[in-house]
Design a protein around this ligand. Structure first.
Ligand code: ADP
Length: 398
């Protein structure tokens, strides 16, 4: 079965065509600057192409993607009909979508109604779904996989906020979390690598990238996660502040005359390790600066490690135990120094890192010794494959 995975943003559309028989990526690429002017990148095997082309809307973008997937030179399929289904990545499905599902007009309308929760992401995703239906026809199933679904199993203690309850019931303000597709995928892979049933495991999954979140997975289900109503909460990140005292907001808004419509941008784009260090949001730049003696860069790195460690401890307490920790995403997969430091500071849990394994890259594996009481894994995340797996499951069981 061949599945097209689509991640539509306001001016971009990323895609992968995955052959589910061997889980290989047949082709991938992206349309950029949609509605602005237009740029296209496509790669299939060792063939790739990239050029400017007018992309006035998402429908034209999808048409271009399908044209290249079936192209004589750059294509990998003979005809569009070989695509069994399309899996769409959706940032926020609210409480309406606790699971991935096949979309119909009613569900698309429900998703449209959730725009308030993900104003930058959900509308272009809906545009992407509608464009696929228009170009591919009504008979190709369009499946949505929501970044928030995996977190819907959180109990109320973890998901509502201590503000008047009417803000939950009337406005839907609660913890939604994010990166759920990634957390679910790596927790599943962790159980598989351990040869255990997910039901028997307590796992903390650390998705550490430009955006970072940590999730407590007890018995295969999410019971708590660090991101909140929006992805601003939890750990400090590349440019996001993470958890701060909410009283800071009115204080600095008054001091610096920041209008309410600009505060979101400030918290999302000017804070985190960038705001703290004044150097960069990229952890590689911070490491280089810290090595040269930049104290604020070193502080930002140490603070990140400290907060990761604190969340692991908190979630271990929440679950009443801990069998495994998983590191994933850009930083989690690539930053061996940070992993080692965090694990060493948690050595009181009986964590014993295998330095040779920790130094290896790109492999899903345990990086602790067999004698380690808590097992630590590095598992490269693969959100596209996770979306394709849900899509395949729903199509086969429809
Ligand atoms: P996004 O949330 O945009 O998907 P990623 O998961 O790609 O982000 O993570 C980006 C982060 O990963 C950057 O801060 C970058 O410094 C870090 N990173 C990527 N590669 C490496 C590497 N080889 N060593 C250390 N950090 C890395």
């Amino acid at each position: 079965m061949k599945i097209l995975v689509v991640n539509a943003g306001s001016s971009s559309l990323k895609y992968q065509l995955i052959d589910m028989d061997d889980r290989s990526v047949m082709a991938k690429g992206q349309c950029e600057r949609i509605t602005v002017d237009g740029h296209f990148k496509h790669a299939a095997g060792d063939k790739q192409t990239e050029f400017d082309i007018a992309l006035p809307d998402h429908k034209v973008a999808i048409e271009l993607v399908l044209k290249y997937l079936t192209d004589a030179e750059y294509g990998v399929i003979g005809d569009m009909s070989e695509i069994a289904a399309v899996g769409h990545r959706i940032v926020n499905g609210g409480e309406v979508f606790p699971e991935s599902c096949i979309m119909d007009e009613e569900k698309i309308r429900k998703l449209e109604a959730l725009t308030e929760f993900a104003p930058l992401h959900n509308p272009p995703a809906v545009t992407g779904i509608r464009a696929c239906i228009e170009v591919m026809g009504e008979n190709v199933p369009q499946i949505c996989v929501f970044d928030t679904s995996f977190h819907q199993t959180m109990p109320k203690e973890a998901s509502v906020y201590a503000i008047p309850y009417k803000y939950y019931t009337d406005y839907g303000i609660r913890r939604f979390g994010a990166h759920g597709t990634s957390h679910k995928y790596v927790a599943g892979e962790c159980a598989r690598l351990m040869g255990k049933d997910p039901k028997d495991l307590k796992i903390v999954t650390c998705h550490l990238g430009n955006g970072s979140s940590i999730t407590a997975v007890d018995g295969g289900k999410c019971i708590d996660t660090s991101m909140g109503f929006t992805p601003l909460a939890g750990l400090l990140m590349g440019t996001r502040c993470g958890d701060i005292d909410p009283a800071i907001l009115p204080f600095i808004m008054q001091k610096d005359n920041i209008p309410v419509e600009e505060i979101g941008d400030f918290l999302n784009k000017k804070c985190g390790v960038l705001g703290l260090s004044g150097v960069s949001s990229d952890f590689r730049d911070l490491e280089a600066a810290a090595k040269e003696g930049n104290e604020r860069a070193a502080l930002a790195l140490n603070m990140f490690n400290y907060q990761v460690k604190k969340f692991i401890g908190a979630y271990m307490a929440a679950m009443g135990g801990l069998d495994a920790i998983v590191f994933t995403a850009g930083i989690g997969e690539n930053n061996a120094v940070m992993r080692k430091q965090i694990c060493e500071e948690l050595s009181f849990l009986g964590i014993e890192v295998d330095d040779a394994k920790n130094a290896e890259r790109g492999k899903a594996q345990e990086i602790t010794k067999p004698t380690s009481r808590v097992h630590v894994f590095v598992i490269p995340t693969n959100e596209e494959l996770a979306i394709a797996l849900d899509t395949e499951y729903l199509v086969r069981n429809a």
